[in-house]
Design a protein around this ligand. Structure first.
Ligand SMILES: Cc1cc2nc3c(=O)[nH]c(=O)nc-3n(C[C@H](O)[C@H](O)[C@H](O)COP(=O)(O)OP(=O)(O)OC[C@H]3O[C@@H](n4cnc5c(N)ncnc54)[C@H](O)[C@@H]3O)c2cc1C
Length: 364
């Protein structure tokens, strides 16, 4: 199959590309003819609302943005497809369906996947929290008609905490446990961690800290060869691991396999490649939607400047960010530096921000 050549490929419809494309629509910039947005999905899902979707507080339509109208409005072709390999030396992408694409410039915003236990014999229904569309189908399928199942959620960060509460909200008969390898919500203020533990306790969600599940075998979760639990289903929300093809691409990657980028969001080894969001590694930038969105705003200026050979703006990660964690009942927890708050008003504010983001980026 002959490869098609493109001046610019935007790979992945993550938060950063969504913000960049919307920025171009607003400011009138049009990328070169033949530019494509490559995405496995016809929609971009907004992570901040995923726990609300699971909890039954939002519909799928509210949580996902249709890509076709956005692409059409700024003259970008939407191509449905998924990268299988990237060769940064020959500037070629191979897709899972065997199509091949060549690029002059490539912008990667392909997100991450949660790391999974290294051994898994398939004896437990597993639903990784990402990709979102697959997760949504997945957990609803194993939920079936049995609402009193036993579910374990792996992970100790905000996503795992929010998903455990969301599952409890929608399946009050289910027996839920949250299993984390370290402490719950490590890195957040002590106040927030106390509030979070209290909420889990009140809702009867079993919290098991300091337990790294490294194997799934014979229907059991095992940690260091010890049997921990035998749930009917397992949700994996253990943070961010890179797409496996990044580390074999020839791009300079950090020890985990995330693409190392400079302040201009260009690959350290291949300046014609940009990377943003979870797939990138930049000192001071965390793998979270908040940072991806900020990078997207800068990327919308960097790409036109790079193509025109102008000086590039730099992205400086903000030293701290506000965290808003949904507690699935319409309330939320707020964390900023050493300060924490919780309640219904915070929940209303989070919904206002999330729905406002969707309204601004939606074009259907
Ligand atoms: C349940 C949950 C809740 C979260 N809530 C929050 C929150 O409230 N606030 C926050 O800041 N962060 C949150 N996060 C983290 C957040 O999801 C990520 O940090 C954020 O999505 C990263 O955005 P991104 O721009 O890197 O890409 P993403 O938004 O993850 O999107 C990546 C895109 O790349 C596409 N893609 C993947 N593989 C390929 C491939 N091989 N080829 C082509 N395209 C591909 C995907 O289909 C997707 O469209 C949450 C995470 C989870 C799991």
């Amino acid at each position: 199959m002959k490869a098609t050549r493109h001046t610019l490929i935007l790979a992945g419809a993550g938060h950063a590309h969504l913000v960049a494309v919307r920025g171009w629509i607003d400011n009138g910039y049009r990328p070169p003819k033949g530019t494509i947005l490559l995405s496995p999905d016809s929609h971009a899902w907004y992570s901040g609302m995923m726990p609300g979707l699971v909890a039954g507080r939002f519909t799928e339509e509210e949580c996902a943005i249709e890509l076709a109208p956005l692409c059409k409005a700024c003259g970008v072709e939407l191509m449905i497809g998924e990268i299988a390999t990237l060769n940064a030396v020959s500037r070629k992408l191979k897709l899972l369906d065997k199509r091949e694409l060549e690029y002059d410039y490539l912008s990667l915003n392909v997100g991450s996947v949660p790391p999974q236990p290294s051994l898994n014999d398939g004896s437990i229904n597993v639903a990784p929290a990402k990709p979102f569309a697959a997760f949504n189908n997945h957990w609803q399928a194993w939920r079936g008609h049995n609402d009193s199942i036993q579910i374990a959620v792996l992970g100790g960060g905000a996503a795992a905490f929010e998903l455990a509460l969301a599952l409890h909200q929608i399946l009050p008969q289910a027996q839920l446990s949250l299993i984390c390898s370290g402490d719950l919500l490590d890195g957040y203020s002590l106040g927030l961690r106390k509030r979070a533990s209290k909420i889990l306790y009140k809702r009867g969600i079993d919290l098991r800290k300091g337990t790294r599940v490294d194997c799934i075998a014979g229907g059991w979760l095992l940690s260091n060869k010890q049997r921990i639990q035998s749930p009917d289903a397992l949700v994996i929300a253990t943070g961010a691991a890179p797409q496996p093809w990044q580390s074999t691409s020839g791009l300079s990657c950090d020890n985990s396999g995330f693409v190392r980028v400079r302040a201009t969001l260009q690959s350290e080894s291949h300046p014609e490649v940009l990377a943003t969001g979870d797939c990138a590694s930049q000192p001071g930038a965390f793998h979270s939607g908040v940072y991806a969105v900020r990078q997207g705003a800068v990327l919308s200026e960097i790409i036109p400047a790079l193509l025109a050979g102008r000086t590039l703006r730099e992205y400086q990660p903000q030293p701290r960010s506000l965290a808003l964690l949904s507690t699935a009942d319409g309330s939320a927890l707020l964390d900023y530096q050493h300060f924490s708050l919780g309640g219904r008003l915070i929940g209303l504010w989070k919904d206002y921000l999330d729905l406002g983001f969707m309204k601004h980026h939606r074009l259907d």
